[in-house]
Design a protein around this ligand. Structure first.
Ligand code: GLP
Length: 245
C-alpha cells in the first residue's frame, strides 16, 4: 500500500482528483468505481472545476457506484443516485446512461443484486475504485462481519452506521436500515484502489484497518492485500500512524 500524506482536506481532495483525472486522460473510456459520503465531495468539486476549464473529458467514461440505500428512490435527496447527480454527474459531460448505482427501488433483493452483478460483469473490470472508510472500517456498505461477502448483496446496516447517517435525515426513523452494496471480491478486483480519509475522527480506523490484522471484522483491512492500493489522508487522519509510514 502506498500512503500519501497531505496537509489538509483540500490537499487530500486535490491529490485524489489528480489521480482520477490522470486515469481518465490515460484511458478516456475507463470505468471508475465511485463512492459517496462526505469525504469525496472535495474530489468531485475539483473534478467539476477541471472539467469546466476544459481539462477533462468524461464523455466516454463509465461509472459504477458502490452502494445504494434499499427503498429510497433516485429523487429522494438522501439517495446515493441523487447525491451523485447533484455532486458530480449533473455538472460534467458524462453520459448518464453509463453511470450505474444499485436500484434502491427494487425490493426483490436477489433481483437487485443479480442485476447489479450483471452490470459489473458487463463492463470489463473497474480501472480505479475510489473508497471512503466508515468509522467501523466499512467500505461501501460492507459492514463488519464473520466473513467477507463477495459480490453485490443486501446488508443490514450496523447500528453505528445508522447513527452516523442520522445527521442527514429529519428523524432517526427515516434513516434506512438496509442497503445494497458491491461486495469485497468486486472491490478487490479493481485494478487500482484509492482510499481517502480526512480528520482525526478517522485516525483510529486508519490504524486498525491498515496496520492491524486482516479480518472481516474490519472490512477495509482486506485492502492490505491489494496489489495497487493508494491511501490518501490528511495529517489529522494519519496522526496515530505517523511513525509507521
Ligand atoms: C457511507 C458510505 C461509505 C462511506 C462512509 C464514510 O456509509 N456508504 O461508502 O465511505 O459513509 O462516509 P464519510 O466520508 O462521510 O465519513
Amino acid at each position: 500500500m502506498k500512503f500519501i500524506r497531505t496537509e489538509d482536506y483540500y490537499q487530500m481532495s486535490r491529490a485524489a482528483a489528480n489521480i482520477i483525472s490522470a486515469q481518465v486522460i490515460i484511458k478516456p473510456d475507463c470505468v471508475l468505481g465511485l463512492a459517496t459520503g462526505s469525504t469525496p465531495l472535495g474530489i468531485y468539486k475539483q473534478l467539476i472545476d477541471w472539467y469546466t476549464k476544459g481539462d477533462i473529458d468524461f464523455s466516454n467514461v463509465t461509472t459504477i457506484n458502490l452502494d445504494e440505500y434499499k427503498a429510497l428512490s433516485p429523487d429522494n435527496d438522501q439517495s446515493y443516485r441523487y447525491f451523485m447527480n447533484e455532486n458530480l454527474f449533473n455538472h460534467i459531460n458524462i453520459n448518464k446512461n453509463k453511470t450505474y448505482v444499485p436500484n434502491g427501488l427494487e425490493l426483490d433483493e436477489k433481483k437487485a443484486c443479480d442485476d447489479y452483478n450483471s452490470i459489473i460483469n458487463s463492463v470489463q473490470g473497474i480501472d480505479l475504485q475510489l473508497l471512503g472508510i466508515g468509522h467501523n472500517g466499512h467500505i461501501g456498505f460492507n459492514e463488519p462481519s464473520d466473513c467477507f461477502a463477495t459480490e453485490t448483496h443486501c446488508v443490514d446496516l450496523a447500528q453505528s452506521t445508522i447513527e452516523a447517517n442520522a445527521r442527514f435525515f429529519d428523524s432517526y426513523e427515516e434513516v434506512p436500515k438496509q442497503a445494497y452494496t458491491m461486495g469485497i471480491k468486486t472491490i478487490m478486483h479493481a485494478k487500482k484502489i484509492l482510499v481517502v480519509a480526512s480528520g482525526e475522527n478517522k485516525a483510529d480506523i486508519i490504524k486498525e484497518a491498515f496496520f492491524g490484522p486482516i479480518t472481516p471484522k474490519v472490512p477495509a483491512s482486506i485492502l492490505q492485500l491489494h496489489p495497487d492500493a493508494t491511501i490518501i489522508c490528511d495529517n489529522d487522519a494519519l496522526q496515530k500512524v505517523s511513525e509507521l509510514i
